[in-house]
Design a protein around this ligand. Structure first.
Ligand SMILES: NC(=O)c1ccc[n+]([C@@H]2O[C@H](COP(=O)([O-])OP(=O)(O)OC[C@H]3O[C@@H](n4cnc5c(N)ncnc54)[C@H](O)[C@@H]3O)[C@@H](O)[C@H]2O)c1
Length: 248
């Protein structure tokens, strides 16, 4: 088991990629806190992990709310005494062309991806510094590198996450803490429109060299890698598990 006894916090873990990562971490022996604004759904997935012999708790928390994030970190600390791995995975899209995007759509996306990731980092980093070890894993996207139509907010947020990852890697390397980002592509509720709408589906698939969507379980092993000893000497990097979408 690659993550035996490690304590991991995975945000946005009620469904999609976050739930798959939480399950993969538990299979590798980690104790996993599944954090999501939909607390009941997070607790349901945590219950399934426990029923399968893993160790997990589900916690309701809106990552944009600093008080809720601090309470979440305190709950994990009370349960297991520390956080070794933080996966900043919670995310949303609010799609609109830039000239029609509302200020609320713009702000909500920046709040969840950027402020949410920053809040969670601040809530757990003190303990990691004290212990001189820790893993920060951010989730970016091809949209942050290539740009995308109708998602200027999301592209800006995901590009911002690359900057956060690299800054965190430089700031915390002296404490033995690594920070890396993953750019996944996977079939989840978030991508339902582009996967099912004929207008988008074929065009998008044609841009993926592997020619298909991934299942969340196919991208989860990359998250295991960045949480495990195998990546001990890797920091400030971005690994795309996107079927080759970003080869160019
Ligand atoms: N699916 C893809 O192809 C793809 C591609 C690139 C990047 N990503 C990124 O991967 C991550 C996971 O995406 P997914 O496809 O699994 O999405 P998803 O919509 O299936 O799941 C996202 C989860 O985040 C939670 N969430 C949203 N806002 C939150 C908040 N404020 N506080 C706490 N939880 C919140 C949701 O409740 C949900 O459970 C996101 O950061 C997304 O941007 C996904």
């Amino acid at each position: 088991m690659q993550l035996k006894d490690r304590v991991a916090v995975v945000t946005g873990a009620a469904q999609g990629i976050g739930a798959a990562v939480a399950r993969a971490y538990a299979r590798e022996g980690a104790r996993v806190a599944l954090v999501d604004m939909h607390g009941d759904a997070a607790r349901r997935v945590a219950g399934e992990i426990e029923a399968g012999g893993g160790e997990a708790i589900g916690l309701g928390c809106d990552v944009t709310d600093r008080a809720q994030v601090d309470a979440m970190a305190a709950a994990v600390d009370a349960a297991w005494g520390r956080v070794d791995v933080l996966v900043n995975n919670a995310g949303i899209t609010r799609t609109a062309m830039a000239h029609k995007m509302t200020a609320t759509q713009w702000q909500q996306v920046l709040d969840v991806h950027l402020t949410g990731s920053f809040n969670c980092l601040q809530a757990v980093i003190g303990g990691m510094i004290e212990r001189r070890s820790g893993r920060l894993i951010f989730v970016t996207s091809a949209a942050g590198v290539l740009g995308t139509i109708g998602q200027i907010n999301y592209s800006a947020a995901k590009a911002g996450i690359l900057g956060m990852t690299k800054s965190a890697a430089r700031e915390f390397a002296r404490y033995g803490i690594t920070a890396n980002a993953i750019a996944p592509g996977a079939a989840t509720p978030m991508t339902e429109t582009i996967r099912t709408d004929e207008k988008f589906r074929d065009r998008y698939l044609a841009r993926i060299p592997l020619g298909r969507w991934a299942e969340p379980d196919e991208v989860a092993p990359v998250f295991v890698f960045f949480a495990s000893d195998a990546s001990a000497y890797v920091t400030g990097q971005v690994l795309a598990a996107d079927g080759g979408l970003t080869i160019d």
